[in-house]
Design a protein around this ligand. Sequence first.
Ligand SMILES: NC(=O)C1=CN([C@@H]2O[C@H](COP(=O)(O)OP(=O)(O)OC[C@H]3O[C@@H](n4cnc5c(N)ncnc54)[C@H](OP(=O)(O)O)[C@@H]3O)[C@@H](O)[C@H]2O)C=CC1
Ligand SMILES: O=C(O)C1=N[C@H](C(=O)O)C[C@H](O)C1
Length: 268
Amino acid sequence: MINVGVLGASGRMGSAVIQALTTDSDAKLAAAIVRKNSSSYGKSATENEPVHFTSAEELQPDQIDVLIDFSLPEALTENLKLAEQYQLPIVICTTGLNDEQKERLAQAAETVPVLYASNTSIGIALLEQLVGLSSAALPDADIEIFEAHHRHKKDGPSGTAITLGQAAAKGREQRWEEVNDGVRTDGVRSEKGIGFSVMRAADIVGEHQVTLAVDGERVEIGHRVSNRKIFAEGAIRAAKWLKEQAPGLFSLQDTLNLQDILQRLLKR
Ligand SMILES: NC(=O)C1=CN([C@@H]2O[C@H](COP(=O)(O)OP(=O)(O)OC[C@H]3O[C@@H](n4cnc5c(N)ncnc54)[C@H](OP(=O)(O)O)[C@@H]3O)[C@@H](O)[C@H]2O)C=CC1
Ligand SMILES: O=C(O)C1=N[C@H](C(=O)O)C[C@H](O)C1
């Protein structure tokens, strides 16, 4: 049984992780961590078990094996400090990180196991591989990425959309900085640019579509999530894997054998 500390525990994803832990036979909720000024602070985090929303300062580190972070980028530094202070593996699922924050992940990974996943679903991990493969196989195709999320989302393009763009660039051995067109404000695509379009509406959980288009033909690779349980269970699966690792910076791909499967199939 592993004991999980959830950071950002009062949020949409924090609540989904807490819910998923109630039915997991190998992992349980050990701490539901929020800001001290959170409206949830001190309230009960679960219906039947005696876990209350608590602050990082009150944490009992000996009762925790691994942390899962679904807070916001503003909390990243403090959350990594917590992992370092108590030598706890940490799965970071927050998106919208800037370059400095990404460097901070690598720095923390020198002393604790850190897994960063902009999307914890296996479907998106698979899409990443398929996008890399498609982009290499169709070197002249124009690549565009569409993503749709709920009206409350605070960052865009989504972390997943950026990860998929990076997979496409990697497939063509291109530097991401040179091909990232972002969300075009003038509507004009650069020659090798990868562009993004973003929809924010109602309760959409998470949708991504990568289009590779040549004149007269179009490949579309897409993924839709309709329940946050998918992300929650993926994060818990990653946490179980990370708990067994030495310090280092990992991705969801490290926990799966998708590359091996693809390589085996491509050799046939
Ligand atoms: N990797 C993945 O698969 C997925 C990643 N995400 C990402 O996870 C993150 C959270 O998403 P979601 O649950 O929808 O967001 P919410 O806004 O619902 O939750 C955010 C949580 O962070 C807490 N929080 C806000 N500001 C701070 C702060 N400055 N310091 C500490 N805690 C803070 C809030 O707590 P309170 O206000 O109570 O203090 C709340 O619990 C986003 O970055 C999102 O993009 C989302 C889905 C899947
Ligand atoms: O904020 C969300 O909700 C989501 N964020 C992640 C992202 O930015 O990619 C993953 C998921 O699609 C949901």
